[in-house]
Design a protein around this ligand. Structure first.
Ligand SMILES: *Cc1c(COP(=O)(O)O)cnc(C)c1O
Length: 387
């Protein structure tokens, strides 16, 4: 219970009483490689389009926005069709919200709740347990293997035991950068048809399987998207975001593709008019520049592969990455390494299993600064790298 200055006590939910707001440190440092943003700001051409679209939207701000935002949903479907080579997606299969974080919250509001459980496999995205807590959904984290792969048989056993309403599978995973083989996702989807909580008639429902593809555009050649599995799986949702590859983290636009019946369940729980007219205008304007915005993705992928090779050449352990970040280690005293990099003007992320650190892929200049700083730290006195 939280005492206030006037002496009464706020009825904060007991499970929130000792919680603090979550978030990576937002520090003013020359080289920011800590939250997997795209290091390239939008071009002046994209900025001009967005500004014009926002001006247009501003003329109608006396009205509530289009609650169903079908124009944006259609544009997102077209983008996905093109990016992943899938057919048959239209506005009815798409949903969007203020970041894929809010999309995830909608999923848990619609399918989680008291007496229900969300399941993921650690190490996994650190926000998931927060959405579970906020929606009164139980939270279970199974384990990935030592090399961060997922054993499909063990995962299926856990699904049968936990009977989760929602299974959260980031792929490429954050913080490890590893993508799940499509075969693993298929195996889990097959089992998940009957591993959900009991339905009103006592028969088991499905677990909703969420493949969080926030980093999908960075996947290496030959790694397919789970979007290709949508047509056969009514209990699959594939989430995406404009925050990472698309370079629009500040716009707050996340989305998902799923069967229309699943999308309809999300439409029930969203706040009315949750997606502002300005957000819709910005996202549509940015999507019209897909080619330009995606041009950097190829160079970021190359930059990533170079960074993986450089880290390995320093004798460090490096996890193969399909994302725009790399997990490396291991350090006896990772916090000291993190701090010494920060002292040299480079902010990375202290996240993941003990001993590991995560660095986002920046511009070539930023990557060079990071490499020089890390080489310096590794050389320096008192560094605690494991033998
Ligand atoms: C960054 C990230 C997201 C995206 O969050 P937004 O709310 O869309 O900015 C989603 N999932 C994972 C695993 C992420 O790392």
């Amino acid at each position: 219970m939280t005492p206030s200055t006037t002496g009464c006590v706020l009825p904060v939910r007991p499970e929130l009483a000792d919680e603090v707001p979550y978030g990576a440190p937002q520090l003013d440092v020359p080289v920011l490689l800590n939250v997997n943003e795209n290091p390239y700001p939008p071009s002046e051409e994209v900025v001009a389009s967005i500004a014009a679209a926002v001006a247009d939207a501003a003329r109608g701000l006396n009205r509530y926005p289009d609650r169903e935002f079908r124009t944006l949903r259609t544009a997102l479907a077209a983008y996905l069709a093109r990016e992943a080579g899938v057919t048959g997606l239209d506005a009815d299969h798409l949903w969007a919200a203020n970041g894929s974080n809010e999309v995830m919250l909608h999923l848990l509001q619609a399918f989680g709740g008291p007496g229900r459980t969300a399941l993921s496999f650690a190490p996994t995205y650190s926000m998931y347990p927060e959405y579970a807590r906020d929606t009164n959904t139980g939270w279970v984290a199974g384990r990935r293997e030592e090399d961060f792969t997922l054993d499909p048989d063990a995962a299926v056993r856990l699904l049968r035991e936990v009977r989760p309403a929602v299974v959260l599978l980031p792929s490429p995973n954050n913080p490890t950068g590893t993508a799940l083989p499509l075969e693993t996702v298929r195996t889990l989807l097959a089992a998940a048809r009957t591993t959900g909580p009991d339905g009103p008639d006592g028969a088991p429902t499905a677990s909703v399987v969420v493949v969080d593809e926030a980093y999908a555009e960075f996947r290496r050649a030959g790694t397919p998207s789970a979007l290709t599995l949508l047509a056969e799986h009514p209990h699959l949702a594939v989430t995406r975001t404009m925050s990472k590859a698309f370079g629009m983290a500040g716009a707050r636009l996340g989305y998902l593709a799923a069967a229309p019946a699943l999308v309809d369940a999300l439409r029930v729980v969203r706040l009315p008019y949750h997606l502002s007219a300005v957000t819709q205008a910005v996202a549509l304007a940015a999507l019209a520049h897909t080619d330009a915005l995606m041009a950097q993705v190829a160079s970021l992928r190359e930059e990533r592969d170079g960074l993986v090779a450089w880290l390995a050449a320093q004798g460090l352990q490096v996890v193969p990455s399909d994302a725009n970040f790399v997990l490396f280690g291991t350090f006896e005293a990772r916090h000291e390494v993190w701090q010494q990099l920060l002292d040299r003007g480079v902010l990375i992320r202290e996240v993941g299993p003990p001993g590991w650190l995560r660095v986002s892929v920046g511009t070539p200049e930023e990557t060079r600064t990071f490499c020089e700083a890390l080489a310096d730290v590794l050389r320096g006195p008192g560094e605690g790298r494991e033998a």
